[in-house]
Design a protein around this ligand. Structure first.
Ligand SMILES: Cc1cc2nc3c(=O)[nH]c(=O)nc-3n(C[C@H](O)[C@H](O)[C@H](O)COP(=O)(O)OP(=O)(O)OC[C@H]3O[C@@H](n4cnc5c(N)ncnc54)[C@H](O)[C@@H]3O)c2cc1C
Length: 608
């Protein structure tokens, strides 16, 4: 049976010591964030995840969801766990107080979400998508929806989904066919099929509020192949009247659930909309003037808000799967006896040494650990920037740009690395990792989807190089480089040289790559496309490296003073050195790949 221990101490280190979040009282939602409150939430969330969610992770994977006679049932234990989750108020942690939430900032909800995803990703996706859906509905819905629907989603009585994908399109949403036709009473009638909808149907809650994108036919009743008529709608499974009463079943039915590689406890549904009653959300689209290019409709803003939140959430899933996989790989390496240390037996009275003596096993485990803890720091830094972006501080615009720049990096880099970590953890088990009973192969299967959904990682990379880098004349990368450069200049201690020197080289390389993209990407878009994934990884490695340099500085200072908790700081220094010695050297290699351009890739004829 796999193990899981919530990383409460690591979060305390990041929140209290590295980022000192309780001092940021002027940021929105931070005013009441005392140290004690943070510790209480982390401890209780950790305990809930360890005691309630983790024990049904492996059984949920073995059993999967069931679809019989049009009804979807979740695996044994999920209903009881969901009830306990709602009673604990975990689903409303980040929701505003006026809809029954605890109004806590993202930095806290992110920590709790990571723990839940580590303990049981399939389960945690039900409330995870619900909170993305209620945030969007809160921002774009009519007052009666905020009064009667959002509070039920916040409490968990009802859940939510995000419906974008159709059989013929997931990435290229211009091609979507689902249509919504306006009715005299101002509602819409929706027809079409959405597939792969996470939590699309289940037996956990009484109602499901689907957040759906669909096209409004033009004046000729035609559906266009662009985003200009795409709008954002709310479609409940059971109808809800404006005074909040739940009524008859709406025209949404479940066509089936997918049999899939992982996250088997999460129902991935085909949803058929047959003249379903839908409510349009957000501002009305502005029709383009004659000759004007059609752009995405204003109603899409709500969807983008939901997708950005979900992207960060999926990035955190990468950390979560890396953390739990690492813990299990380490646990195994500390108990399995195999071979002898290369320098001679460590325990001569035993038939073999513990697996952990082998440098290659340590390489795999440190790869996981330095990723997980470094990425966690970067995620906290990013959510802090996002909160800063919503504050009144002078640096708010730069902070918002940085948060925006980091979104595709967190989604793409963290989920790639999370999968690598799960794979390494499985490798630590040898053949036993390939056997289902031991549970570690589940992490590989569960973690694999994170690289695909919420926009495939290649598409995140395109978003980074094609949109985010150039926004506002390149203000975001400029701000990032100058912030890291300034920090590096301020460090002069010799003791920090093992961290600051590779960081300076990494920063120079990232700047060179950015310059190369600016020069070549505009001339030849294929060069930008060919470079995108390597560039995203380069940026991820450098920023996590910066986090490690900052953590190393703090750990040095703590160890120089007489403090308790020395193993924590010593561990930080080892992981920081690992990142500098083993990940930062990838930077020049990535630059070389980026600069090789697209000619070879494009020279390959499909017929060959
Ligand atoms: C288990 C599961 C749960 C899901 N949950 C949801 C959900 O809740 N709601 C929802 O709406 N959808 C959901 N999805 C759908 C998911 O978001 C899509 O599968 C994903 O966005 C990719 O779309 P696609 O499958 O149509 O692949 P395509 O769009 O056909 O793309 C195929 C591949 O081509 C590449 N590619 C495509 N376009 C580009 C490009 N412009 N540049 C570079 N490479 C490109 C990518 O590598 C991509 O993986 C889920 C999917 C699964 C499997």
């Amino acid at each position: 049976m796999p193990i899981y221990r919530a990383p409460v101490e690591d979060y305390k280190f990041l929140l209290h010591e590295l980022f000192e979040v309780e001092k940021q009282t002027d940021l929105p939602r931070y005013a009441d964030l005392s140290s004690d409150l943070i510790d209480d939430i982390l401890t209780n969330a950790g305990k809930f995840c360890e005691d309630v969610l983790q024990p049904i992770n492996q059984s949920g994977d073995e059993e999967g969801c069931h679809f019989e006679n049009g009804i979807v049932r979740t695996p044994k234990g999920f209903k009881e766990a969901y009830k306990a989750y709602c009673e604990g108020g975990w689903g409303g942690l980040g929701a505003p107080a006026d809809v029954g939430g605890s109004n806590l900032p993202n930095v806290i909800t992110m920590a709790v979400a990571e723990m839940a995803m580590s303990a049981n990703q399939a389960f945690a996706m039900y409330p995870g998508l619900t909170s993305a859906a209620y945030s969007a509905l809160y921002a774009t819905g009519a007052p009666w929806m905020k009064d009667h629907i959002v509070p039920k989603m916040v409490s968990g009585e009802w859940t939510g989904t995000m419906c974008l994908t159709e059989p013929h399109c997931g990435t290229d949403l211009r091609l979507m066919k689902t249509r919504a036709v306006e009715q005299p009473d101002g509602t819409y009638r929706m027809t079409g099929t959405k597939i792969f909808i996470s939590g699309g149907d289940h037996d956990l809650a009484d109602n499901i509020i689907h957040m759906v994108i669909a096209k409004i036919p033009d004046e000729n009743g035609q559906i266009r192949n662009d985003l200009s008529t795409v709008n954002f709608f709310m479609v409940p499974k059971f109808l809800v009247s404006e005074d909040g009463k739940m009524g008859a079943r709406n025209g949404v039915s479940t066509g089936g659930i997918e049999h899939k590689m992982g996250i088997k406890g999460n129902a991935t549904a085909v949803l058929n909309f047959d003249d379903a009653i839908a409510w349009r959300l957000g501002p009305q689209p502005i029709p383009p003037k004659p000759g004007e290019k059609r752009s995405a409709s204003a109603g899409m803003a709500g969807m983008f808000r939901m997708m950005n939140a979900a992207r960060l959430g999926v990035g955190v899933q990468g950390i979560a799967i890396g953390e739990v996989a690492y813990q299990n790989g380490l646990d195994y390496a500390l108990t399995r006896r195999v071979g002898h240390a290369l320098t001679g037996p460590k325990e001569p009275d035993q038939p073999a040494d513990l697996e952990i003596v082998h440098p290659d096993v340590r390489r795999m485990l440190l790869h996981c650990r330095s990723f997980v803890e470094g990425a966690r720091a970067m995620a906290v830094w990013t959510t802090l920037n996002m909160s800063l972006g919503n504050s009144n501080r002078p640096e708010k615009d730069t902070a918002a740009l940085l948060g925006d720049l980091m979104t595709p990096v967190i989604k793409g880099f963290f989920t790639d690395m999370g999968f690598e970590a799960a794979n390494y953890a499985m490798q630590c088990y040898g053949g036993h990792g390939y056997i289902r009973d031991n549970g570690v192969e589940q992490f590989v299967r569960d973690g694999r989807i994170n690289q695909i959904y919420e926009g495939a990682n290649g598409v995140q990379a395109l978003d980074l190089v094609g949109r985010k880098l150039g926004r506002k004349g390149g203000a975001a990368p400029f701000a990032l480089f100058s912030e890291i450069g300034k920090w590096l200049k301020e460090q002069d201690a010799d003791a920090l040289a093992p961290f600051t020197k590779p960081m300076q080289r990494g920063l120079d390389t990232l700047q060179q790559a950015t310059m190369w993209l600016a020069q070549h990407g505009l001339q030849n878009p294929n060069d930008a496309g060919a470079a995108a994934s390597d560039y995203l990884r380069l940026m991820g490695i450098v920023i996590v490296g910066w986090m490690w340099a900052r953590m190393a500085k703090l750990a040095h200072a703590k160890l120089a003073a007489v403090v308790a908790n020395k193993p924590l700081y010593e561990g930080k220094l080892v992981s920081a050195r690992y990142w500098m010695e083993r990940l930062m050297p990838e930077c020049p290699m990535l630059l070389e790949r980026i600069q090789s351009g697209s000619a070879t890739l494009m020279a390959f004829e499909p017929t060959a």
